[in-house]
Design a protein around this ligand. Structure first.
Ligand SMILES: Nc1ncnc2c1ncn2[C@@H]1O[C@H](COP(=O)(O)OP(=O)(O)OP(=O)(O)O)[C@@H](O)[C@H]1O
Length: 329
């Protein structure tokens, strides 16, 4: 294999030594936002957004159109600066050269030089990046049956995604930011590229932030989620922790009050069909008899929060930033 190789967790160890404010759980945040805000003229793309993503997680980024996902990716990639609050990557401002070396960002429009061939694109990547895994990049391209001699401008959008992902992974990033990467990719390539992504993330301990509107696409690949709405953090945390905090209550819709204990649970959403009522709640006490109580799937939880913009946000302990005096300024 050409390019520098790195042992799994090698640079994570370095990260652990250099990050001062450890979380009570002992893990280390790769990406952390504290009161983060970004305003474009009068429009607030993000406001007072706080969360942390621990090292090695694959975090699904979800939210409605205009919810602030791309803005967050651009801030995390160091391409734009906050107008309030802070965002750090590996404990540093993302625009610093040392932080940017550790980040790869795949923007929604997959910017590549159209006039370059794939081979020239990879050569440019090799020249620009101190760490570059050429063999891996070529393997990912060849798996899509793309000849290296073809011009990028002649590729379909899905094929460009494959090349862009090959470039991003060849940099051997520690943080990979993927903005709706699979939107143009056919189902078979999507399955295959997702497999490549997961294998690379696991082998090299890459922390991944991946946005998608297709919730089923995130289910099974993400162990962490971040849901933004109107520029704010609405739901963040470990998938297991989030599932553990929610229950789906299913009952018949024959009572006057559809929820027998509305003061006892945080109600995220209530939905009625003709005879049935289904509620997603965060129970504070054991649920009373009369309801079928089911552990929800990730997609159930995400959909309920997306449909209910007024639901009380939940940021679980693994996603809550450590508030140092500096961070509270
Ligand atoms: N460069 C910009 N100039 C002005 N407004 C912007 C700019 N970028 C984003 N916005 C605004 O900020 C808000 C958040 O946009 P953003 O693209 O971050 O949302 P998103 O969640 O990625 O949306 P989508 O799901 O549609 O891609 C929107 O209201 C958008 O119009």
């Amino acid at each position: 294999m050409s390019g520098a190789s790195r042992s799994p967790g090698g640079r994570s160890g370095e990260l652990a030594r250099t990050t001062a404010d450890r979380h009570p759980s002992g893990d280390v945040a790769v990406l952390e936002a504290r009161g983060l805000g970004k305003r474009y003229r009068r429009r607030h793309a993000l406001s007072d957004c706080s969360f942390r993503i621990p090292a090695g997680r694959v975090c699904g980024l979800v939210g409605p159109n205009g919810g602030g996902k791309s803005t967050l990716m651009e801030l995390a990639a160091g391409l734009t600066r906050p107008t309030s609050g802070s965002i750090t990557v590996f404990g540093e401002a993302p625009h610093t050269a040392s932080a940017r070396r550790r980040i790869a960002y795949l923007a929604q429009d997959k910017p590549l030089y159209s006039r370059f061939t794939i081979e020239e694109t990879l050569r440019l990547g090799r020249e620009l990046n101190p760490v570059w895994d050429q063999d891996n990049a070529e393997r990912i391209v060849r798996q899509g049956e793309l000849p290296l001699s073809v011009r990028v401008g002649s590729l379909s959008r899905g094929e460009r995604t494959r090349v862009a992902l090959a470039v991003a992974l060849a940099k051997r990033p520690e943080l990979l930011l993927l903005d709706e990467p699979m939107a143009d990719v056919d189902p078979i390539s999507r399955h295959q590229l997702t497999g490549v992504l997961m294998a690379e993330a696991a082998e090299h301990g890459i922390t991944v932030l991946i946005s998608s509107h297709v919730l089923g696409e995130l289910d099974g690949i993400c162990d962490f989620v971040l849901l933004l709405g109107a520029g704010r953090t609405r739901l963040a945390g470990d998938v297991d922790e989030i599932l553990d905090r929610h229950r789906l209550l299913v009952g018949t819709d024959d009572a006057e009050d559809p929820l027998p204990e509305p003061d006892l649970h945080e109600v995220v959403e209530v939905r009625r069909t003709r005879r049935q009522v289904t509620a997603l709640v965060r129970p504070r006490v054991p649920v009373a008899d009369g309801w079928d109580v089911v552990e929800p799937a990730v997609e159930d939880v995400l959909m309920a929060y997306l449909r209910s913009p007024g639901a009380t946000p939940l940021i679980t302990s693994s996603a809550r930033p450590v508030m140092t005096p500096h961070a509270e300024r």
